[in-house]
Design a protein around this ligand. Structure first.
Ligand code: NAP
Length: 469
């Protein structure tokens, strides 16, 4: 496993990193475990102060951190700045809500005074992807830092700059050594860490392939896990949708982060009366994309994260066309060079028998499907192996919301972009994974709601439960 920065804009290797040794892994786990034991029975208050400082540091150093992200994986600088800002917001959100989420929850029971006490479970192993290399780490770190779960993480091998920077930034504002440790390690070492008895949970964001392997390791070792995997999210356009509103966002709904977003709109599903208009609209939006240096403010479409990612996507689109899809917009001859840029394409006429029908396209590829009516739109939206998120447009909010509830997915945004905010739960169903990050649900992902029941004297077994306990 080689950790190196290959700048996607230049396709040049900029820095190679040395892997961590077994003793460094042991040191990270030992320190993490010690912190867990200390935090388990002490107040979280000082961590709130430190997490606020983390948030402020990310605001103060937005451009510096954004530069690291853009060099690592090539996204537009403005998008990288946005990623740092949302990461700062996540830290602030968990600091602001710490007292509420850590509050003891008393409840009534015939057994006595019962309460649930939020407790950590131990050191966590996080495996994270390159597409949001800072935000993804913050999603796991911030809630678990308040709760008292230290973490070690293995980041994607193509974003080592972000991986290293994240842990260093935390130390700068006083996050304890061992609370969040970056490890440049291989897959076997990840498995060894999962098996370690000091480690009690695994969070993975990534592909289905990695998700299945990591979940198997977690299962084998009886460790709690959460998986945030791929998506082929629908963008459903009901018959009464306001097309001029859609026009404002349709391009960015697919091209943001060069289309490499698990929740980006990948399948545009539209009823017959609006089909031609939407094909033209998406094509037109794609035609305006300006590919170039991600640091240049005039660039609207960045390169993909690596040459391999581009070549894989080219193959996938070519296979879709060979299997009968129509290239409604775009020119695949522009996508043959040895650079990381992918000129956007629109695919239509994708039959159910076409492998593309069930695949996720991780880049600037829009798939458009024509359906007879609104019911058929929902049926097609649900005919997917994934269920991460979705967008639905309707001229009637009530009608739209009713239809949104019929989509089998983690969440639907009606008449808007899909988006992420600290207070919105993030998680999927089907092959998009399980568990949640962000919001209070994300806080609970690796929490032990420890039950304490207190009485002055033992309960009388026979009278209380008829002898059953
Ligand atoms: P990937 O290959 O699964 O990589 C993700 C992470 O998993 C990387 O750190 C990778 O390390 C590691 N990894 C892969 N196989 C592993 C194994 N057997 N054991 C331990 N670690 C392993 O994912 P990708 O294809 O680069 O990323 C894109 C995918 O992630 C897409 O499917 C996308 O939809 C999904 N994604 C989902 C979300 C979400 O929140 N649901 C967010 C972002 C991305 P290496 O880099 O060293 O291989």
């Amino acid at each position: 496993m080689v950790y190196q920065i290959t700048n996607p804009y230049t396709n040049q290797v900029e820095k190679v990193y040395a892997n961590h040794s077994s003793s460094e892994i042991e040191n990270a786990l030992e320190k993490g475990d010690r912190l867990y034991r200390k935090w388990r029975n002490s107040s979280f208050e000082s961590r709130v102060t430190t997490l606020r400082a983390v948030s402020q540091l990310f605001l103060d150093k937005t451009d510096e951190i954004a530069t690291i992200i853009t060099r690592d994986m090539g996204k537009r600088f403005i998008e990288a700045q946005g990623e740092v800002l949302i990461s700062a917001e996540i830290a602030k959100y968990y600091a602001d809500h710490a007292a509420e989420f850590m509050a003891v929850r008393p409840f009534k029971s015939r057994m006595g005074d019962a309460q649930l006490v939020p407790k950590p479970i131990g050191v966590l192993m996080a495996v994270e992807p390159w597409n949001f290399p800072i935000y993804q780490l913050m999603r796991v770190f911030a809630p678990n830092y308040i709760l008292g779960n230290p973490m070690v993480y293995k980041h994607a091998s193509n974003t080592p700059g972000s991986a290293e920077a994240f842990a260093e930034l935390l130390l700068e504002v006083g996050v304890e050594a061992g609370a969040c440790t970056n490890l440049f390690i291989d897959y076997d070492q990840v498995n060894q860490i999962i098996a370690d008895k000091r480690v009690q949970g695994v969070a993975l964001t990534g592909s289905e392939r990695a998700g299945a392997l990591i979940a198997a390791e977690a299962g084998k070792n009886l460790k709690r896990s959460s998986l945030e995997l791929g998506g082929s999210d629908p963008f459903v356009i009901l018959h009464d949708a306001n097309l001029s509103e859609i026009e404002k966002i349709i391009g960015q709904a697919r091209l943001y982060n060069a289309g490499q977003v698990c929740t980006s709109s990948k399948r545009f599903i539209v009823t017959t009366e609006n089909y031609e208009t939407i094909v033209k609209m998406l094509s037109q939006a794609f035609s305006k994309a300006v590919m170039g240096d991600p640091f240049d403010g005039g660039t609207t479409l960045a390169p993909l994260s690596s040459l391999k990612a581009k070549k894989d996507l080219v193959k996938q689109v070519e296979a879709a066309i060979e299997n009968g899809a129509t290239l409604a917009y775009g020119d695949m001859s522009k996508n043959q060079g040895d650079d990381c840029f992918f000129s956007p394409v629109v695919l239509t006429d994708i039959a159910k028998s076409n492998p593309a029908y069930y695949q996720e396209f991780f880049g600037p590829v829009g798939q458009i499907y024509q359906v007879a009516d609104d019911d058929a739109a929902i049926e097609l939206a649900n005919d997917s192996n994934y269920g991460l998120s979705g967008v639905l447009f309707s001229g009637d909010l009530e009608h739209g919301t009713d239809f949104a509830k019929r989509i089998e997915t983690g969440g639907v945004f009606v008449n808007s972009y899909g988006g992420t905010l600290p207070e919105l739960p993030f998680g999927g169903v089907k092959r998009s994974g399980y568990g949640h990050e962000l919001s209070e649900l994300g806080f609970e992902a690796f929490m032990n709601p420890e039950l304490i029941v207190a009485r002055n004297t033992p309960i009388d077994l026979d009278s209380a439960f008829g002898g059953f306990l």
